[in-house]
Design a protein around this ligand. Sequence first.
Ligand code: COA
Ligand code: ZN
Length: 303
Amino acid sequence: MELPREVTIREVGTRDGIQILGVQIPTDQKIELIERLVEAGIRRIEATSFVHPKYVPQMADAEAVMRSVRRKPGVSYEVLVPNARGAERALSVGVDRLVLVVAASETFNQKNVRMSLADSFKSFEEIARLAREAHVPIKGGLATSFGCPYEGGVSEARVHQVIQRFVDLGADEVGLADTTGMANPGQVSTMIPPIRERWPELHLGLHFHNTRGMGLANVLAGLQVGITMYDASIGGMGGCPFAPRATGNVCTEDTVHMLEEMGVSTGASVSGLIDCARFAADLVGAELPGQVMKAGPRAQIAA
Ligand code: COA
Ligand code: ZN
C-alpha cells in the first residue's frame, strides 16, 4: 500500500467538538485544552468560530479565547467564520487563518447560516478582501460535500463548482467536510482523484465525522489517494447543531494512533493526546467516543 509519509492533523475539538454541547465550557478551560493539544504536538488548530452567539452560545467567547490563548511559534491558530461580520471580529483579535464555511447543498446552507449559497459567496468576497488586507490566508470549508442530511446525494459537479469559487476567491486550501458521516471509502476513492487532477496546486483537506462508523476507513481511503491533511476532534467529540442526529468527528488520538502504527508521521504524541482526551472528558463531564483513550495505545502492550 502506497501511503504518504507525513500527515497534518488539524485539531477541531474546541470548535466542531464542543459547539453542540449544552453545557457551557468556561473560557479558561477551553484555552487550557488548546494549549495542552499544542503541547501534545498539534500544529494546526481550528480554535473557535466567530458565529452569532444566539445560534451557537458555546462560541460566544471567541474573542476572549483568541486574545488569551498562549500562541506557540510555528502553530497555526485558525477560526471558522460564516460571514463578513465574523471575519471582522476574528481579524480584530488576530488569527493565522480564516476558514470560510459554506455547504454544498442549498438546504443545509440555509439551515446552518441562514443564507443561500449565492449570499454566502457574496459575503466571502468581502471576507477575502479583509483577509488580503490583513495578510491572513483563507481556507474554504465545504460542508455536506459527500451527502446532505436534508437533500441526500450531492453531485460531484456541485462540489467542483464550489471549489472553483473558493479558488477564485484566493483560497490556497479547501477542506471537504462530511458533516453528518455520509461518506464511504469507495466514494472517497472515486471523488478525490479528479479534484486533485483539476486543481493540482490546491491543498486539499478532509473532514470526516464518525456518525456511521466509517470515519477511520474514510481517512484510510483518503491516504490511499494521497491526501495529507485531516481534521479530527480530541476524544471524538462533536457535531453540527444544525444537522439532525449529528455526532462526533473522527477522533484525534485514534486517528494519530492508527497513522503512527502504520508508519505515517503526524508529529503528535499519542500519549499526550490521550491525556488531552481525558481532560476534555472531564470538561464535558461525559464519556467520549474515543477508543484508544480507553484501551491504551497498542505500542504500550506490544513493546
Ligand atoms: N457574529 C456576531 N454577530 C453577528 C454575526 C457574527 N458572525 N453575523 C451577524 N451578526 C449580527 C448582525 O450584526 C446583526 O446584528 P443587529 O441585529 O444588531 O444589526 C444580527 O446578527 C443579524 O444579522 P444577520 O446577517 O441577519 O444574521 P443572521 O441572524 O441571519 O445569522 C449567521 C447569520 C451566519 C450569523 C448565523 O446563522 C450563525 O452564526 N450561524 C452559525 C452556524 C454555525 O456555527 N454552524 C456550525 C459550524 S459550520
Ligand atoms: Zn464537522
